[in-house]
Ligand binder design. Structure first.
Ligand code: SF4
Length: 437
């Protein structure tokens, strides 16, 4: 375990000290992101090259989805594959061939690396090239890592999207063609709301990465501007920047304030006056503010403690403290990507401990000492902490539930207020005498 504090200075939490810890951690690996990515790309299939552990992880993370013929599977490495890499490549080719023969609707195939495939140094990039040569043009084969050694939870989306970028065609030049790339997988209904508002602001060409279908791939180049809707896309952003695209820095579009700032930043990058944005967003923004105010009644004045999980923690803490009146005790994140989070860090008032990485026992000591009103943590910690009398919110729900932009702002606050309301209701219930027969 290592521990050190960076130097403090400046506004908000932009330059606040960060508690960096390494030790035992309780997080998902990047394979989990397949569960939401495969729904966003209906012509793609995710083939994990891993062990039975990886297959079991996907089964438990996907829950009932595994009964709906999902477009992901695990090619399980057997002992013979471990003995000879040549056999492993042959075996993989055979599995892919059979899969593509059985599922002719597949247009994109992702070979997803795992801890076992990485430990035996099975080169999936080479396998992807070889398989693309065989199965092109019907199927494009790509590879990325979702292993627990390399990735934490939502980072699996980052490695997946980053792997797609080098393959995108050359894009437009600035300023003749000006195009916006929005990076991050959003539920369809939320993506439509976002596109609608961007069109009202006057931004006509909007591409979303991941594109829903292989046929709608788009170009990237110096005419591309990139806005992120998820804070965990550092590698994807870097890959797009290497292709000439420019980053539009903005707070993440959570809550009325974050969403408004996000649209303003994009409008500014496109030379559109702020009044145009204010006019376009006035009605949904007012709706969002009303919905948040209502849901935040149970949150005002309460304290919140974030365990590291999805990298959404900093923008969510910003939303909860500024729009819902909560006090943040600790904001833990698996990685603190300062370039991506600059806008959110600047808005987050100084005060909470910012922590990066995890030594779970030490963090549990801190949460027990602080006794926050609400603890945001993973499934493995939630029930034990509830048994100790702490109210918890499962962080995984924040990744699966539509929470971005105006129309979801009230629901986002509701996700945090529900556990507190439930606890209050149970207390009231417990105080009542049992009903007489
Ligand atoms: S990739 Fe690694 S951490 Fe993830 S399930 Fe497989 S073995 Fe476990």
């Amino acid at each position: 375990m290592t521990e050190r504090f960076a130097q403090a200075s400046g506004q908000g939490c932009r330059n606040a000290p960060v508690l960096k810890q390494r030790g035992q951690h309780e997080v998902f690996c990047g394979l989990t992101s397949i569960v939401w990515l495969h729904r966003k790309m209906p012509d793609a299939f995710f083939l994990v090259v891993g062990s039975r552990t990886c297959a079991h992880l996907l089964q438990s993370a996907a829950g009932v989805m595994i009964f709906a013929e999902p477009r992901f599977a695990t090619a399980i490495l057997e002992e013979t594959d471990l003995a000879g890499l040549a056999d492993a490549h042959e075996e993989l080719d055979r599995v892919v061939h059979e899969l593509l023969a059985r599922r002719p609707d597949i247009r994109r195939l992702f070979l997803v690396g795992s801890c076992p495939s990485e430990v035996i140094k099975l080169d999936l990039a080479v396998a992807a090239e070889r398989l693309t040569a065989v199965h092109a043009p019907q199927v494009r084969v790509q590879s990325y890592s979702g292993s627990g050694i390399e990735t934490t939870f939502t980072q699996g989306e980052d490695t997946c999207l980053a792997a797609m970028v080098p393959d995108l065609p050359a894009g437009p030049e600035w300023p003749e063609a000006r195009e916006l790339i929005v990076a991050g997988a959003l539920p369809d209904v939320v993506e439509d709301q976002m596109r609608d508002l961007l069109a009202k602001i006057g931004i006509e060409t909007v591409h979303v990465l991941p594109a829903a279908r292989e046929a709608t791939r788009f170009g990237v180049g110096p005419g591309s501007r990139v806005a992120l809707v998820q804070p965990f896309l550092g590698d994807t952003l870097a890959a797009l920047e290497r292709r000439g695209a420019r980053h539009v820095a903005a707070p993440m579009p959570f809550g009325a304030e974050g969403t408004t700032a996000w649209f303003h930043a994009i409008a500014e990058a496109f030379g559109i006056p702020p009044e145009v944005v204010d006019r376009a967003v006035a009605a949904p923004k007012a709706r969002a503010e009303r919905a948040v105010a209502q849901a935040a009644e149970a949150l005002r004045g309460r304290s919140v403690f974030f365990f590291p999980d999805s990298q959404l923690e900093v923008p969510l803490a910003r939303f909860l403290t500024r729009e819902c009146g909560m006090e943040a005790v600790e904001v833990g994140t698996p990685f603190l990507h300062r370039q991506v989070l600059d806008g959110d860090l600047a808005l987050l008032d100084e005060g909470p401990t910012l922590s990066e990485g995890q030594d779970v026992d030490l963090q549990l000591d801190r949460v027990r000492a602080a006794r926050p009103d609400l603890t945001v943590c993973g499934l493995g910690l939630a029930n034990p902490l509830e048994a100790e009398g702490l109210s918890t919110k499962w962080s995984i729900e924040l990744v699966f539930t539509p929470v971005h932009f105006y129309e979801q702002a009230g629901d986002l606050a509701g996700l945090f207020s529900r556990p507190l309301r439930r606890r209050d209701a149970l207390k009231v219930g417990a105080a009542q005498p049992p009903a007489m027969p």
